[in-house]
Design a protein around this ligand. Structure first.
Ligand code: 5GP
Ligand code: ZN
Length: 104
C-alpha cells in the first residue's frame, strides 16, 4: 500500500517516535496526543479497518491488544483506553488499522 501513511511509517519512509516493534506490529507516538500517553499500535499487515478483517486476522488484533497492555505497564499508566475507530463516521481518518492507547 504505497499510498498509506501508516505503511510508510512502518517502513520508516516517514519518521515517527517509535515505541515498540516486532514481526507483527509497530507502535509509535500519536502526532496529536490527547492523553499523557497516546500511542498507536498498528499491524505490519495493511488491513484498512476492523470491518475488513479476514479469517486469521484475529491473531494479529489480539497481539495488538497484548502489546498495548505491555506498553501501558511500561509507561506506568494507572488506567487507559484502548480504541479502534471503525469507519469515517466513527472518526477514522487513517485507513490502516490502528489501536489507540490513551493513558494517564
Ligand atoms: P483515527 O482518527 O484514524 O482513528 O486516528 C488517526 C490518528 O493518527 C490520529 O490520532 C492522528 O493524530 C494520528 N496521525 C495522523 N497523522 C500522523 C502522523 O503523520 N504521524 C503520527 N505519529 N500520527 C499521526
Ligand atoms: Zn497501510
Amino acid at each position: 500500500m504505497t499510498d498509506c501513511l501508516f505503511c510508510k511509517i512502518i517502513n520508516k519512509v516517514v519518521d515517527s517516535e517509535i515505541v515498540y516493534e516486532d514481526d507483527i506490529c509497530f507502535a509509535f507516538k500519536d502526532i496529536n496526543p490527547r492523553a499523557r500517553v497516546h500511542i498507536l499500535i498498528v499491524p505490519r499487515k495493511h488491513i484498512s479497518t476492523i470491518a475488513d478483517m479476514e479469517e486469521g486476522d484475529e491473531q494479529i488484533i489480539g497481539h495488538l491488544v497484548k502489546v498495548a497492555k505491555e506498553i501501558a505497564e511500561k509507561e506506568k499508566c494507572k488506567s487507559y483506553k484502548l480504541l479502534f475507530n471503525v469507519g469515517r463516521e466513527a472518526g477514522q481518518i487513517i485507513f490502516h488499522i490502528h489501536l489507540h492507547l490513551m493513558g494517564n
